[in-house]
Design a protein around this ligand. Structure first.
Ligand code: GDP
Ligand code: ZN
Length: 402
């Protein structure tokens, strides 16, 4: 499992968000599916929780000789019959924090997702609060394709596992996820990883990408790749990390950066990379590192998070005040039944960025919000809204930007 494998030279086709209550085994399971840890950030490891969205690409293969689920693998050599396996597709897993105060960050990934992997521990009551919240976050963003891992089956009896399975089935059906398969797994003992890989391939299709649509790309990272002391003539431009939402992006393209650096600017694309592979052109799927001609100073330490790359035809709106047509999901939090009031603070996640907002006006189900800084948005875009309940930001519902 640890041998370094040749990287398939194709781009990831879709993004799958890993969701679920803290400690249910998301990180362990993703590391078994991908043979690597999604969270590489040192701070994340120190604190034992993921702070930023972590991406891990994995190639899936099928053994031409083996029959049934055991034919599905992440390895180029079949562990049962030693045959060379056949490449199927590359997928990106987006690891999201299960810690409740980081819910807003988790939600910021949802607009970038094509499907979800929900991890539920079999040895705890079903459902746990974050399980409900995360699943609703997916629902808000219209993500229908879901695979569920009922994890830690090594910890319970067969009878208990069956009871928990039925509870989970009823919960998923009630939430509208009737078609989501439930795969019993033990990340510790590598149990049913092949069945899980099959379920992911079978349940979450590659979305159809209209490559001729004008580019929309959300930035979720940014950095300066120059070592301290690099001579000015050798300095490389700032790097933007993000996911293409629509259209395509090629080396040499000139595109707009919104809201830009104090104003929108036109930038030139110098390079495109995903994990160890460079590309001439990229489409939706995976986290892409975009080399640019921006002064690297502006990209240090994720300063560009929340920005959008676009073309003349796909320029977003920029504003510090927005109107939201609001839908509340009362079942999420008890105190959610209390009506909003002018002056109440909310956290709204627009695209890939969380903003603190204050309600300026209320009219029916329309909220006028003033944000802590300018946001970039598209009309009718769905945004997740969290309310402060006992000093925690809890998902409360969603809005559509007018
Ligand atoms: P996350 O917070 O959902 O990412 O959960 P982690 O992957 O960090 O796992 C939480 C704890 O559960 C760790 O101590 C893991 O070793 C343990 N764990 C994960 N999967 C399994 C499993 O299948 N069986 C058992 N017994 N423990 C597991
Ligand atoms: Zn085989």
């Amino acid at each position: 499992m640890t041998t370094k494998q040749k990287v398939e030279n194709v781009q990831s086709e879709l993004n799958i968000g890993v969701i679920g209550h803290v400690d249910h085994g998301k990180t362990t399971l993703v590391s078994k599916i991908t043979n690597k840890w999604a969270s590489k950030h040192s701070e994340e490891i120190k604190q034992g929780i993921s702070i930023k969205l972590g991406y891990a690409d994995v190639s899936f293969y099928k053994c031409p000789k083996c029959k049934g689920l055991q034919a599905y693998t992440n390895s180029q050599v079949c562990k049962y019959c030693n045959s060379n396996t056949e490449f199927l597709k590359k997928i990106s897993f987006v690891d999201s924090p299960g810690h409740e105060t980081l819910m807003a960050v988790m939600l910021s990934g949802a607009t970038l997702l094509d499907g979800g992997l929900l991890v539920v521990a079999v040895n705890e009551d079903i459902p746990q609060p974050r399980t409900v919240e995360h699943l609703n976050a997916l629902k808000i963003h219209g993500i229908k394709h879901l695979v569920v891992a009922l994890n830690k089956i090594d910890l319970v009896s067969k009878q208990k596992a069956k009871e928990q399975y039925l509870k989970l089935r009823a919960f998923l059906d009630n939430e509208g996820y009737n078609d989501a398969p439930i795969i019993p797994t033990s990340a510790h003992f590598d149990t049913n990883i092949d069945a899980l890989i099959y379920a992911l391939l079978d349940t979450i299709p590659t979305p159809e990408h209209d490559l001729n649509a004008p580019l929309k790309m959300r930035i979720i990272r940014s950095f300066d790749i120059n070592k301290p002391g690099t001579k000015i003539e050798d300095l490389k431009g700032g790097v933007l990390g993000g996911t293409v939402i629509q259209g395509k992006l090629s080396v040499g393209d000139k595109v707009w950066l919104y809201p830009g650096i104090s104003k929108p600017i036109e930038i030139k694309i110098k390079s495109l990379n995903a994990e160890d592979v460079s590309y001439e052109s990229v489409h939706p799927g995976g986290l892409i590192a975009v080399g640019t001609d921006i002064d690297p100073f502006f990209c240090v330490g994720d300063k560009m998070v929340g920005e959008i790359l676009c073309t003349e035809e796909s320029k977003p709106f920029v504003s510090q005040k927005i109107d939201l047509v609001y839908t509340k999901i009362d079942a999420l939090v008890d105190s959610n039944k209390t009506p909003f009031s002018v002056g109440e603070k909310l956290v709204v996640v627009i695209g890939s960025q969380a903003y603190l907002g204050v309600i300026l006006k209320l009219k029916g189900n329309v909220l006028e919000l003033s944000l802590n800084k300018s946001c970039v948005y598209y009309k009718n875009e769905k945004v997740a809204i969290s309310r402060n309940v006992n000093n925690r930001w809890r998902l409360s519902g969603y809005g559509e930007v007018k």
